[in-house]
Write a protein that binds this ligand. Structure first.
Ligand code: CFM
Ligand code: HCA
Length: 537
């Protein structure tokens, strides 16, 4: 398709020179004739005063990664606002299972020390210790998380010491996270802090055997709208056992045994790659980047996982499930596709979804003109890491045994799939079966814009130039675009819809998008640039 030629300098013109210079580095135009992706500035500090969509380090640690662990009580040590805003908004869906009864699910509750002025002046350690005692007495959780907010670092409360003393008093793990909101430049710092503690304090501590011929962990899947449940349904039907997700609908009781899996799947690379890497180094568990958003992406992902094990039965069952699911969804999907085809969209989400949803939108015949992340790093944009870092024992015909001990020799040389000779690997890459998940830039339309940490002003300007039919946003930019007469879909909470994963999820997504596109309300709003000068005053 032909894309409007946008002049980035014109868009940034109203900014002061210093800001202009800064923001220009965060905006890249796709140019198919160029040999490589132009360098995009990412993971740097937002210009003060600009209305960013980003969250903070505490949001990334507590709100995103550790909050959903259902059988742990997660305490926000700080003022109540931080606890409140990281609680209900992300929907932490969880259900009971054979390891976790309903009375041991705490992820829907909100726990906070509710620091008051006197606590800030005289210190909040005693209040925190008392709260932990009360929680143990009332709820008897298996383990507790304690997350710091900004003032905690500023007043110097020692979370480590309070947590250690509480552990000794109660004999359960009390894990602390020094994730003060001001650390780093975005949520991303919080992911890292959470990953380090989960790796250090939980994974590998369990001794219960995980049964299953093919045990997978599912990293970077947060079960928004029930996404993880739909994926698990398919994986289990094919014959895999899901040891644990990280962290949607996950439990301390399962996470501690994650070191026994044969393969780690990584859906949101941005928030969890640290654990995938550390588990590979420490336990020799290979990992594979996957994408269950979009029909093609799901099919490729299921085939790739099967390829990793090289088991004919598994491959056959994978094909059967694909065939059955496709047959079930195709007629309905086609109906919505007719409404969606030819429409254009912008996608701005946190650190991985924007790219994942490019696949699903393409399945619906829609083109993404502008895409961006709030806090991704350069590799997420550029797709540099194109080879799934599956490493395995080149000579062995067997997948690694359960309870493998770190064995540095076993996992060299790199780039070999489990049970897969190098030639077979090259063949799969050449045929396009492996290596599908590249990165945002390679999947952009020529002339499209890739933008990092977009702000309200730039969003409005880009909407005016490209006039997309739909915009996928977060809560902060959703209503700004509504006022411009543009339908938007909240892609963090799915506007309380979902699941959007796999085959059935694609239909639900298509239905929601088709509804947004066809509602007559949007035609009744006159966007600002079509209003007369006098009306605007
Ligand atoms: Fe990963 Fe996420 Fe995302 Fe993310 Fe988030 Fe989220 Fe997101 Mo909101 S972990 S990077 S920090 S996929 S909470 S489930 S929707 S910004 S794109
Ligand atoms: C967060 C959580 C968030 C916020 C969503 C939004 C989520 O980063 O603190 O700003 O719209 O998904 O709930 O990303």
């Amino acid at each position: 398709m032909t894309v409007t030629d946008v002049n980035v300098d014109e868009i940034l013109a109203p900014f002061p020179d210093k800001v202009k210079k800064n923001r220009k580095k965060h905006i890249v135009k796709k140019d198919e004739s160029a040999s490589s992706c132009p360098q995009i500035e990412a993971n740097t500090r937002t210009v003060p005063g600009i209305i960013t969509q980003r969250g903070c380090c505490y949001a990334g640690c507590k709100g995103v990664v550790v909050g959903p662990i259902k059988d742990m009580v997660t305490i926000t040590h700080g003022p109540i606002g931080c606890a409140y805003y990281s609680w209900g908004t992300r929907r932490n869906k969880a259900r009971a299972d054979d390891r976790t009864p309903p009375e041991q699910i705490y992820s829907a509750m909100c726990f906070s020390t509710d620091m008051q002025e006197s606590d800030i002046v005289f210190g909040g350690e005693k209040k925190l210790a008392k709260m932990i005692d009360e929680i143990v007495e009332i709820f008897h959780p298996r383990a507790i998380n304690v997350c710091a907010t900004c003032p905690i670092g500023l007043i110097g409360d020692d979370l480590g010491a309070v947590s250690k003393a509480a552990e000794e008093r109660h004999g359960i793990p009390v894990i602390h996270y020094n994730c003060e909101g001001y650390k780093g430049v975005s949520q991303s710092a919080g992911h890292h802090i959470a990953n380090n503690q989960i790796m250090d304090r939980i994974i590998g501590k369990g001794t219960e055997k995980v049964d299953g011929k093919y045990v997978l962990n599912f990293l970077g899947e947060y079960n928004i709208g029930g996404d993880a449940w739909e994926i698990e349904r398919l994986l289990e039907e094919i014959g895999y056992t899901v040891g644990s997700t990280l962290t949607g609908d996950s439990a301390y009781a399962n996470i501690k045994n994650m070191h026994q899996a044969h393969l780690n799947l990584v859906q949101c690379h941005r928030s969890i790659n640290y654990i995938a890497e550390m588990m590979e180094t420490k336990y020799g568990i290979p990992w594979l980047k996957v994408n269950f958003i979009g029909i093609d992406a799901t099919i490729n992902t299921l085939r790739e996982i099967a390829q990793c094990f090289g088991d004919d039965d598994l491959t056959a069952r994978t094909e059967l499930v694909i065939e059955r699911e496709l047959a079930a969804v195709t007629p309905e999907l086609e109906r919505y596709r007719k409404i969606c085809t030819g429409k254009t969209a912008f996608v701005f989400v946190g650190g991985s979804r924007s790219h994942h949803y490019q696949y699903l939108l393409r399945n619906l015949g829609m083109e993404v003109l502008v895409a961006g992340y709030e806090f991704a790093h350069r590799d997420d944009y550029e797709g540099r890491e194109v080879i799934p870092t599956i490493k395995g024992d080149a000579d062995s015909k067997n997948i690694p045994e359960l309870h493998v001990e770190p064995d540095p020799e076993m996992y060299e040389p790199p780039h070999l799939h489990l049970n897969m000779p190098k030639e077979r690997y090259d063949e799969l890459v050449a045929s396009g079966i492996l290596n599908e998940y590249r990165g945002m830039y390679p999947d952009m339309v020529n002339g499209g814009i890739m933008i990092d940490d977009a702000n309200h002003f730039e969003t409005e300007e880009l909407v005016e130039v490209f006039k997309p039919d739909l915009i996928f946003t977060g809560i902060k930019d959703k209503y700004v675009t509504h006022k411009m007469g543009l339908p938007s879909k909240q892609m963090h909470s799915y506007d309380y819809s979902g699941p959007y994963t796999c085959f059935k999820g694609a239909v639900t997504f298509a239905k929601d998008v088709a509804h947004s596109l066809s509602t007559p309300a949007w035609k009744m709003i006159t966007p600002p640039w079509e209003q007369k000068e006098t009306e605007q005053r």
